[in-house]
Ligand binder design. Structure first.
Ligand SMILES: *[C@@H]1O[C@H](CO)[C@@H](O)[C@H](O)[C@H]1NC(C)=O
Ligand SMILES: *[C@@H]1O[C@H](CO)[C@@H](O)[C@H](O)[C@H]1NC(C)=O
Ligand SMILES: *[C@@H]1O[C@H](CO)[C@@H](O)[C@H](O)[C@H]1NC(C)=O
Ligand SMILES: *[C@@H]1O[C@H](CO)[C@@H](O)[C@H](O)[C@H]1NC(C)=O
Length: 485
């Protein structure tokens, strides 16, 4: 180990930049044998593993500082994913960690948890796995003797006798908080020779750590907003991989079109109604152990920015040629304060207005080209909503028909033999049918009811030879088309 030259690479800048933009795979560091305390002269192998397989990865090994990976030169202790400390010396003590590096992206893995290697010059040591041990894990204690073959091993917990056995290893299955304490062991290699280890504190982390989940912004969320969920593991020393769940636990969600989970944050860049739901996070590290509990759930309820967009025509959807027409667009906005809106009124696919401050399309005098199908689109913070279609129709002026009718009436009056003596006037004429023809100068009615005519008097020979005191022309009502809401 001493003979190995350390070549230093300054990689930190590169690493911290790439870390921000992509999710780096998880890295685990394990020990063989699994005890970080060893005797001088012993051998321990550190193994680095990158989540998702070993293909293409080289491994960078760090001791005590993550600023400079100590890259061992050829012939030294690195083979593949392993770093071996052979003939350990006190100078090999320290914190070790690793990460993967490769040519393809992501070109780095996360930094592994550190493992503190201690090199002891005692006769007997009690070896324990890296601390803390999580509740439910198996705790393996080894009473390790330097140089001699002991025959009996006695384990103590908090200075109380626990177990006497021939095996060096004592396993405690499914540890709980009550297993926490100070352990030591005594090794006997004859009836007279024995040695005691130092006391070793074993701490048990109760349960799986429960991450805390927070949401930004905390208030009401509208579509188009950016939402960030953050997952924090209390007392975690880093190296966690975060898992995100939506609507149900069990199957984590990964990246979708507009959302991504990167490390401890889950970002929805443009919230849509489909992002509404219940979210949890979890965190995990190690190969198979120490998955955290689920966080408490957090609700993301995305509210529509616009509840409706309406386009209305004034005076109506059917206008007389030459008349003024106003098309007004209205958006019911749920967000308060109201965001800046952008209105576009479109006729048959072509925008006719495009404005940030006005929702009015005003035509002073309508003509044929103004007819068509109109919609209004409102846009704000990337969210767009359109109104329903509104069909604008132009109506030929009825004034010439009325003029023609007046002329006919005048002619009728002039030619009437009933002019004198004056008849008792018919006070009302009710036309029960629409004109059957309206072309040319003539208007023909299929039925004309005469009301208030004296029944005793002989009926006029011709229906037309009467004096009309009033003419009520009923035209079919023009139905307004288009949406009202
Ligand atoms: C992972 O842990 C579970 C329960 O703790 C166990 O049943 C399973 O066999 C483990 N898997 C591996 C690959 O070690
Ligand atoms: C979100 O919606 C769900 C279901 O509609 C409801 O149970 C929950 O209380 C809502 N949460 C918030 C914060 O509005
Ligand atoms: C159209 O809008 C303008 C401005 O608000 C108003 O002066 C005008 O009277 C409106 N015309 C119609 C036909 O509604
Ligand atoms: C509306 O105007 C903006 C700029 O003012 C322009 O970018 C946009 O393309 C226009 N939209 C339409 C539909 O004309």
């Amino acid at each position: 180990m001493q003979a190995c030259e350390l070549a230093f690479l300054i990689l930190l800048t590169v690493v911290s930049c790439s870390k921000q933009y992509e999710e780096l795979p998880q890295t685990t560091l394990t020990l063989e044998p699994p005890f970080p305390e060893i005797f001088t002269g012993e051998t321990v192998t550190l193994r680095c593993g990158v989540e998702g397989g070993s293909t293409g990865w080289k491994y960078l090994w760090y001791k005590d500082s993550e600023d400079t990976p100590g890259l061992q030169t050829a012939g030294c202790s690195i083979t593949g994913d392993s770093y071996t400390i052979t003939a350990a010396a006190v100078s090999d003590q320290g914190q070790y960690f690793c990460r993967g590096q490769r040519k393809s992206r992501p070109s780095f893995s996360q930094l592994s948890d550190e493992v503190t290697v201690t090199v002891s010059d005692q006769w007997v040591i009690l070896q324990t796995p890296p601390q803390p041990v999580f509740e439910g894990d198996t705790l393996t204690l080894r009473c390790h003797v330097w140089g001699y073959t002991a025959t009996r091993f006695v384990f103590y917990k908090d200075n109380k006798w626990l177990q006497s056995q021939a095996d060096t290893e004592l396993s405690v299955d499914r540890v709980s908080k009550s297993d926490e304490g100070s352990y030591k062991c005594t090794a006997r290699w004859s009836s007279t020779y024995s040695g005691d280890s130092a006391e070793v504190r074993v701490s048990v982390r109760e349960g799986r750590p429960k991450p805390a989940l927070t949401r930004e912004p905390a208030g009401k969320i509208f579509d188009g907003d950016t939402i960030t969920l953050s997952c924090v593991v209390e007392g975690g020393s880093g190296g966690w991989r975060y898992l995100w769940y939506k609507d149900r636990q069990g199957a984590p969600v990964y990246q979708t079109d507009s959302s991504s989970g990167t490390g401890a944050g889950y970002t929805i860049s443009a919230a849509a109604l489909s992002h509404s739901g219940e979210y949890w996070c979890g965190a995990g590290r190690g190969r198979n152990t120490s998955y955290s509990q689920y966080s408490d759930p957090i609700w993301v309820n995305v509210t529509a920015l616009f509840s409706r967009v309406t386009l209305t025509a004034s005076p109506g959807a059917t206008v007389k040629e030459g008349e003024a027409l106003n098309l007004t667009c209205e958006a019911a906005v749920n967000k308060n304060p109201r965001p800046q809106l952008h209105y576009t009124i479109v006729r048959d696919g072509e925008p006719v207005t495009n404005s940030t401050d006005s929702a009015l399309y005003s035509i002073a005098s309508t003509e044929k080209s103004h007819t068509g199908s109109y919609t209004c689109a409102v846009e704000s913070q990337g969210v767009r909503k359109s109104s329903q279609e509104l069909h604008i129709e132009l109506q030929k002026s009825w004034s010439w028909i009325i003029a023609a009718l007046s002329v006919s009436l005048v002619l009728i009056v002039i030619h009437s033999p009933l002019l004198s003596p004056p008849q008792s006037p018919v006070t009302a004429v009710h036309v029960t049918d629409t004109p059957s023809t309206s072309s040319g100068d003539e208007i023909l009615y299929s039925v004309i009811d005469l009301k208030n005519a004296k029944p005793a008097k002989p009926r006029p020979k011709r229906d037309c030879d009467v004096l009309y005191s009033a003419v009520l022309v009923k035209t079919p009502e023009v139905k307004e088309e288009g949406p009202q809401g």
